[in-house]
Design a protein around this ligand. Sequence first.
Ligand code: 2P0
Length: 328
Amino acid sequence: MHMYKGHARAYTNIALIKYWGKADQQLILPMNNSLSLTLDAFYTETSVTFSSEFSEDQFYLDHQLQDKKATDKISRFLDLIREKAQSQLFAKVDSQNFVPTAAGLASSASGLAALAGAASAALGLSLEEKELSRLARRGSGSACRSVYGGFAEWQKGDSDETSYAVPIVSNSFEDELSMIFVVVNDQQKDVSSRDGMQRTVETSAFYDGWLATVPQDLAKAHTAITDKDFQALGEVTEASALKMHGTTLAAAPPFTYWSAESMRAMNLVRQLRNQGLSCYFTMDAGPNVKILVQRKDEAALLGKLQEHFSADQLITAHAGPGIKITTK
Ligand code: 2P0
């Protein structure tokens, strides 16, 4: 009996310049480049075993065997790796999300990056970072950025070969930053990011404006990182998020990821900034608000946030490392 094992830990990332829309849904090629910060607070650990003993793929998430629909998604992704490795073996996938609270912050970025790393290692493909990033992208777009620690940019490319993330030279600027998550609960049923971005591309009156301005936002972010200019990075981060969320309001039918609590958090950030505390927000495909702050101001910001939100709604993250892969 042959057993082939691989293991990976990948950390989640939050985009400062957002990915919003696909040029190719099958290959997951994005409409625009995006730029992210990988964080230490949330990660996924995945073990993959391929064996001739198995007669189907099995997918365990947080020790629970998943249903056919969830497993089929994993199987389709594993097929890409089996094809590369010329293997027909089935796999057992064991994945655990490490998230500080049960706050619905589990991320497809860390999950698909870890799966790409563990499964490719198990079948003996020793992929370089660029190749691993390309592979992770096929699972979930944002996963291609989680191959790297710190800042990364997903270069959109125009084909499967040319669309992948690269690390950004930063002179350790990321170590001067913190991101505080304000976990907002709401009852609203989510529009998945996959469906939301597609609806936006196809119908939003604002989508052209989004696309036209991403290159200048990216250039600002690069300059800010090079100059270690926190204010400039914060301003463009907040602007990119607001613009992305603006596109959803002009989709047909329109939708938003914001709740009243999200707005309360965003307003508080603006208010604190007016009072001289330098901090900026971003939001993704859900109501939680993430606040970018300099590490030296982290305690002051937390103190202020605790006047408005309970301690278990606040999670602090710092820059995290790139993917770690082992075979055993
Ligand atoms: C991002 N998001 O850049 C953007 C901003 C959400 C808002 O990437 O369809 O799970 O698997 O490629 O990567 C979330 O979308 O979507 C995302 P797919 P993904 O982080």
